[in-house]
Structures are given as C-alpha cells and as structure tokens.
Design a protein around this ligand. Structure first.
Ligand SMILES: [Zn+2]
Length: 227
C-alpha cells in the first residue's frame, strides 16, 4: 500500500511530497507507514521496512513517524493506493458497526475474480468470505481490508448478541486454524466456490459414491486410486 499524488490542489503541499511516497510495510506484525524518498517502487511486489533506503526507518522495530490521516491526504490532492494482496490471503475487514471480522480473499463465485481494480489500475474492492456461522461473502472496499496481523487481540464486544455473537465466536475459533494455513488450503475451505470447481467436486463425489456401491470389497483400493 502506498500514497501517490491524485489531483493537484495545493502546489506547496505537493512539492513537499514530490519524490516521496508513503509506503506501508506488509509484514503482518508491523504494518507501519514509512515516508520513502526517491525509491523505485514496484506496486506489484510486497514492501517491507528493510527495503527503506532511509536507514533510520529501515527496521520493523522502529516506531512509525507522523502519518497523516486519509482525509488530510485527500485535501492535499493525494490518494492512498493499496497493494494487491494475493488470493487466499487471510484478512480482517472493518465493516461499519461490526468488530473487525476475519475473512479470506477468494474469487466471487459468479465473476471468478477476487479483486476489482480502479481506472488507475490499483485495487479498489476485494471479494471476501467471512468466517463464522454461516460463512457469508461480500465485496469490501480495499481501505477496509487489512492483513490479519499476528498480535490481533480478541476485543470485547458487549454489543454483540444472539446469533451474531455466536457467529463471531465461531469465526474467532476458525481464525486460529486459518491463520496457520497456506493460501491454497484456505481457498479449498471456502464455502463460496466458482461453479466449475463445485461441479468438479460433485462429479468426483458421485464417482466415489458409485464405486462404493458397485464393489464393496474393493472399495478401499479404488478410493485410494481416485485420490
Ligand atoms: Zn515493518
């Protein structure tokens, strides 16, 4: 994620940022913002504190400097751009009036895409599958989606009641397993899957089912072959 000039509104402010870019460290336990001068930034690659040419701020343990908020940036003609996180990433989504909810970045079963890019080529929305009971899916604005960070502490939400409270508890329980998984493994546990994959799985299930019915004495070896 980084900040780039959007539209020119105030030349003095722009000149301060000229040749500088705010970049966010993508280490899950860090996520600090660094003001980087004259760096060759490849927006498609992850960025970490140790890539900062400014050696005063080139380590995750160094506290973040003063970082302006998004409305301040907009006022000065700058916009925040978000690095594209890989499909299968484990994230937290900040939705209005909900606690930060754990989710997996996964393709929309209808569109088969997991990210929507704006006209400038940067990600604007992610398709997420929320953990919990039941799993639900949603296109969330990129600014509300952040990598699931290791030091994330379970907050107290006294306002959560009934089914939502139960769902949140299930989600937090699932989260402990999901954070240990790789991206591919996470995609396989998603409930909302592209139709094609679902159809393939169903065909496989049917053929296993048929095999089990046809030859009960050879079942074991045949199932292993299919596997
Ligand atoms: Zn860092």
């Amino acid at each position: 994620m980084s900040v780039l000039p959007d539209r020119i509104s105030n030349q003095d402010e722009i000149s301060y940022y000229e040749d500088k870019t705010w970049v966010q460290c993508e280490a899950p336990g860090c996520l600090k913002w660094r003001l980087v001068t004259g760096a060759d930034l490849d927006q498609d690659k992850p960025w970490f504190c140790n890539m900062n040419p400014d050696t005063l701020f080139s380590h995750c343990s160094v506290p973040q400097g003063a970082f302006p908020n998004e409305s301040h940036l907009q006022k000065h003609g700058l916009k925040m751009v978000y690095s594209l996180m890989p499909v299968g990433s484990f994230v937290l989504v900040n939705a209005r009036c909900w606690p930060r909810w754990p989710a997996i970045l996964c393709p929309d079963p209808n569109e088969e895409e997991y990210a929507r890019l704006g006209s400038d080529g940067y990600v604007e929305y992610y398709h997420v599958e929320f953990l919990g009971k039941p799993h639900t899916r949603y296109w969330a604005a990129a600014k509300y989606v952040e990598p699931y960070s290791i030091p994330f502490k379970k907050p107290h939400y006294r306002t959560l009641r009934g089914a939502i409270k139960k769902s949140y508890e299930v989600a937090m329980e699932e989260a402990t397993k999901v954070k240990e998984m790789g991206c591919q493994e996470r995609l396989e546990m998603c409930h909302f899957r592209p139709q094609e994959l679902l159809a393939q799985a169903q065909t496989l299930m049917h053929s296993i089912d048929r095999m089990l019915k046809q030859s009960p004495d050879q079942t074991e070896s045949q199932v292993k072959i299919t596997d």
